[in-house]
Design a protein around this ligand. Sequence first.
Ligand code: GAR
Length: 209
Amino acid sequence: RRKLGILISGRGSNMAALVEAARAPDCPFEVALVASDKPEAAGLAWAAEQGVATFAQSPKGMPKAEYEARIDAALRNAGVELIALAGYMRLLSPAFVERWAGRILNIHPSLLPKYKGLDTHARAIEARDAVAGCSVHLVTEELDAGTVLGQAEVPVHLGDTAEALAARVLVEEHRLYPRILAEFVRSMADTPLARVRSVALALPEAEEE
Ligand code: GAR
Protein backbone atom coordinates (compact mmCIF):
# COMPACT_ATOMS: atom_id res chain seq x y z
CA ARG A 1 0.00 0.00 0.00
CA ARG A 2 1.23 3.47 -0.85
CA LYS A 3 2.06 5.65 2.12
CA LEU A 4 -0.03 8.82 2.14
CA GLY A 5 0.77 12.04 3.99
CA ILE A 6 -2.12 14.43 4.61
CA LEU A 7 -1.69 18.16 5.21
CA ILE A 8 -4.45 19.99 7.07
CA SER A 9 -5.02 23.39 8.65
CA GLY A 10 -8.25 22.94 10.59
CA ARG A 11 -11.29 20.74 11.03
CA GLY A 12 -9.89 17.90 8.96
CA SER A 13 -13.14 16.29 7.83
CA ASN A 14 -11.67 15.37 4.43
CA MET A 15 -8.62 13.95 6.19
CA ALA A 16 -10.96 11.87 8.37
CA ALA A 17 -12.73 10.58 5.23
CA LEU A 18 -9.33 9.45 3.88
CA VAL A 19 -8.32 7.82 7.20
CA GLU A 20 -11.65 5.96 7.28
CA ALA A 21 -11.35 4.88 3.63
CA ALA A 22 -7.85 3.52 4.31
CA ARG A 23 -9.34 1.07 6.84
CA ALA A 24 -10.84 -0.97 4.01
CA PRO A 25 -8.58 -3.96 3.31
CA ASP A 26 -8.61 -3.31 -0.44
CA CYS A 27 -7.72 0.39 -0.16
CA PRO A 28 -4.46 1.00 -2.07
CA PHE A 29 -3.17 3.66 0.34
CA GLU A 30 -2.47 3.90 4.06
CA VAL A 31 -2.20 7.10 6.04
CA ALA A 32 1.39 7.37 7.28
CA LEU A 33 1.22 10.92 8.65
CA VAL A 34 -1.19 13.81 9.23
CA ALA A 35 0.71 17.10 9.40
CA SER A 36 -0.51 20.62 10.08
CA ASP A 37 0.70 24.21 10.04
CA LYS A 38 -1.69 24.82 12.95
CA PRO A 39 -0.74 22.94 16.13
CA GLU A 40 -4.26 23.59 17.46
CA ALA A 41 -6.04 22.13 14.39
CA ALA A 42 -9.00 20.01 15.51
CA GLY A 43 -8.14 17.41 12.88
CA LEU A 44 -4.74 16.72 14.46
CA ALA A 45 -6.30 15.73 17.77
CA TRP A 46 -8.80 13.51 15.98
CA ALA A 47 -6.06 11.78 13.97
CA ALA A 48 -3.96 11.20 17.10
CA GLU A 49 -7.00 9.65 18.83
CA GLN A 50 -7.35 7.29 15.88
CA GLY A 51 -3.74 6.18 16.34
CA VAL A 52 -2.49 7.97 13.22
CA ALA A 53 0.95 9.59 13.44
CA THR A 54 0.74 13.39 13.56
CA PHE A 55 3.13 16.30 13.17
CA ALA A 56 2.58 20.00 13.82
CA GLN A 57 4.82 22.83 12.71
CA SER A 58 3.82 26.46 12.91
CA PRO A 59 5.42 28.60 10.19
CA LYS A 60 5.62 31.54 12.61
CA GLY A 61 9.00 33.12 13.23
CA MET A 62 10.93 31.34 10.48
CA PRO A 63 11.51 31.68 6.74
CA LYS A 64 9.01 29.78 4.58
CA ALA A 65 11.82 27.55 3.27
CA GLU A 66 12.69 26.47 6.81
CA TYR A 67 9.05 25.75 7.64
CA GLU A 68 8.60 23.69 4.48
CA ALA A 69 11.89 21.83 5.02
CA ARG A 70 10.55 20.70 8.41
CA ILE A 71 7.26 19.52 6.90
CA ASP A 72 9.17 17.78 4.10
CA ALA A 73 11.49 16.03 6.58
CA ALA A 74 8.54 14.81 8.68
CA LEU A 75 6.84 13.42 5.56
CA ARG A 76 10.00 11.66 4.40
CA ASN A 77 10.74 10.27 7.87
CA ALA A 78 7.25 8.75 7.84
CA GLY A 79 8.00 7.13 4.47
CA VAL A 80 5.37 9.20 2.68
CA GLU A 81 5.12 8.58 -1.08
CA LEU A 82 2.31 10.93 -1.99
CA ILE A 83 0.58 13.88 -0.35
CA ALA A 84 -3.09 14.81 -0.06
CA LEU A 85 -3.89 18.41 0.83
CA ALA A 86 -7.13 18.47 2.82
CA GLY A 87 -8.12 21.97 3.83
CA TYR A 88 -4.45 22.99 3.94
CA MET A 89 -4.82 26.75 3.64
CA ARG A 90 -1.27 27.71 2.68
CA LEU A 91 0.32 28.00 -0.74
CA LEU A 92 3.20 25.54 -1.21
CA SER A 93 6.39 27.00 -2.69
CA PRO A 94 7.51 26.06 -6.21
CA ALA A 95 10.51 24.26 -4.67
CA PHE A 96 8.28 22.05 -2.49
CA VAL A 97 5.90 21.32 -5.37
CA GLU A 98 8.88 20.45 -7.59
CA ARG A 99 10.24 18.01 -4.98
CA TRP A 100 6.91 16.17 -4.93
CA ALA A 101 6.01 16.77 -8.57
CA GLY A 102 2.97 14.77 -9.67
CA ARG A 103 2.53 13.35 -6.17
CA ILE A 104 0.45 16.08 -4.48
CA LEU A 105 -3.34 16.11 -4.77
CA ASN A 106 -5.77 18.70 -3.45
CA ILE A 107 -9.52 18.94 -2.97
CA HIS A 108 -11.10 22.27 -3.80
CA PRO A 109 -14.72 23.26 -3.12
CA SER A 110 -15.70 24.39 -6.63
CA LEU A 111 -16.05 23.01 -10.12
CA LEU A 112 -12.61 24.05 -11.35
CA PRO A 113 -11.61 25.99 -13.38
CA LYS A 114 -14.38 28.08 -11.81
CA TYR A 115 -13.69 29.87 -8.52
CA LYS A 116 -10.05 29.21 -7.71
CA GLY A 117 -9.01 30.53 -4.30
CA LEU A 118 -11.34 31.44 -1.43
CA ASP A 119 -15.08 32.08 -0.89
CA THR A 120 -16.06 29.62 -3.61
CA HIS A 121 -19.62 29.04 -2.38
CA ALA A 122 -20.49 32.73 -2.00
CA ARG A 123 -19.14 33.34 -5.50
CA ALA A 124 -21.21 30.48 -6.99
CA ILE A 125 -24.36 31.87 -5.33
CA GLU A 126 -23.55 35.43 -6.41
CA ALA A 127 -23.12 34.22 -10.00
CA ARG A 128 -26.53 32.46 -9.77
CA ASP A 129 -24.98 29.15 -10.80
CA ALA A 130 -27.48 26.27 -10.85
CA VAL A 131 -24.77 23.74 -10.07
CA ALA A 132 -21.80 23.81 -7.69
CA GLY A 133 -19.44 21.11 -6.52
CA CYS A 134 -15.90 20.07 -5.76
CA SER A 135 -12.77 19.02 -7.65
CA VAL A 136 -9.79 16.82 -6.90
CA HIS A 137 -6.75 18.01 -8.82
CA LEU A 138 -3.00 17.65 -9.08
CA VAL A 139 -1.11 20.44 -7.34
CA THR A 140 1.18 22.62 -9.41
CA GLU A 141 2.90 25.90 -8.59
CA GLU A 142 -0.14 27.83 -9.71
CA LEU A 143 -3.06 27.98 -7.23
CA ASP A 144 -5.86 25.45 -7.98
CA ALA A 145 -4.70 25.10 -11.59
CA GLY A 146 -3.33 21.53 -11.93
CA THR A 147 -5.01 18.74 -13.92
CA VAL A 148 -8.49 17.92 -12.60
CA LEU A 149 -8.73 14.21 -11.72
CA GLY A 150 -12.39 14.12 -10.70
CA GLN A 151 -15.39 16.28 -9.82
CA ALA A 152 -18.76 15.92 -8.10
CA GLU A 153 -21.73 18.23 -8.62
CA VAL A 154 -24.51 19.38 -6.30
CA PRO A 155 -27.51 21.60 -7.07
CA VAL A 156 -27.59 25.18 -5.82
CA HIS A 157 -31.01 25.83 -4.25
CA LEU A 158 -32.91 29.10 -4.38
CA GLY A 159 -32.14 31.07 -1.24
CA ASP A 160 -29.04 29.01 -0.45
CA THR A 161 -26.57 30.56 1.96
CA ALA A 162 -22.84 29.94 1.50
CA GLU A 163 -22.97 27.78 4.66
CA ALA A 164 -25.82 25.62 3.39
CA LEU A 165 -24.14 25.16 0.04
CA ALA A 166 -20.78 24.40 1.69
CA ALA A 167 -22.39 21.66 3.77
CA ARG A 168 -24.00 20.11 0.68
CA VAL A 169 -20.71 20.20 -1.22
CA LEU A 170 -18.77 18.80 1.77
CA VAL A 171 -20.83 15.59 1.75
CA GLU A 172 -19.66 15.04 -1.83
CA GLU A 173 -16.05 15.96 -0.99
CA HIS A 174 -15.95 13.14 1.54
CA ARG A 175 -17.06 10.66 -1.14
CA LEU A 176 -15.02 12.04 -4.02
CA TYR A 177 -11.60 12.38 -2.39
CA PRO A 178 -11.09 8.77 -1.23
CA ARG A 179 -12.42 7.46 -4.56
CA ILE A 180 -10.20 9.62 -6.77
CA LEU A 181 -7.16 9.12 -4.57
CA ALA A 182 -7.59 5.34 -4.75
CA GLU A 183 -7.98 5.54 -8.54
CA PHE A 184 -4.89 7.71 -8.79
CA VAL A 185 -2.78 5.37 -6.67
CA ARG A 186 -3.98 2.33 -8.65
CA SER A 187 -3.25 3.98 -11.98
CA MET A 188 0.26 4.85 -10.84
CA ALA A 189 0.87 1.31 -9.66
CA ASP A 190 -0.32 -0.10 -12.99
CA THR A 191 1.87 2.17 -15.08
CA PRO A 192 5.29 0.79 -15.97
CA LEU A 193 7.79 2.79 -13.97
CA ALA A 194 9.85 3.87 -16.98
CA ARG A 195 6.80 5.45 -18.57
CA VAL A 196 5.78 7.08 -15.36
CA ARG A 197 9.22 8.63 -14.99
CA SER A 198 9.13 9.98 -18.51
CA VAL A 199 6.01 11.98 -17.68
CA ALA A 200 7.54 13.11 -14.39
CA LEU A 201 4.83 11.48 -12.30
CA ALA A 202 7.08 8.93 -10.63
CA LEU A 203 6.12 7.22 -7.43
CA PRO A 204 8.70 4.99 -5.79
CA GLU A 205 8.38 1.44 -7.14
CA ALA A 206 5.44 -0.46 -5.62
CA GLU A 207 6.43 -2.71 -2.75
CA GLU A 208 5.21 -6.27 -2.56
CA GLU A 209 2.35 -6.54 -0.08
C1 GAR B 1 -13.04 21.80 2.45
O1 GAR B 1 -14.29 22.25 1.99
C2 GAR B 1 -12.00 21.90 1.36
O2 GAR B 1 -12.49 21.62 0.08
C3 GAR B 1 -11.62 23.36 1.47
O3 GAR B 1 -11.61 23.64 2.84
C4 GAR B 1 -12.50 22.76 3.52
C5 GAR B 1 -11.70 22.03 4.55
O4 GAR B 1 -12.54 21.28 5.39
N1 GAR B 1 -10.36 23.60 0.87
C6 GAR B 1 -10.01 24.76 0.33
O5 GAR B 1 -10.73 25.73 0.29
C7 GAR B 1 -8.61 24.77 -0.26
N2 GAR B 1 -8.35 26.02 -0.87
P1 GAR B 1 -11.96 20.08 6.22
O6 GAR B 1 -10.78 20.63 7.04
O7 GAR B 1 -13.08 19.66 7.12
O8 GAR B 1 -11.54 19.01 5.28
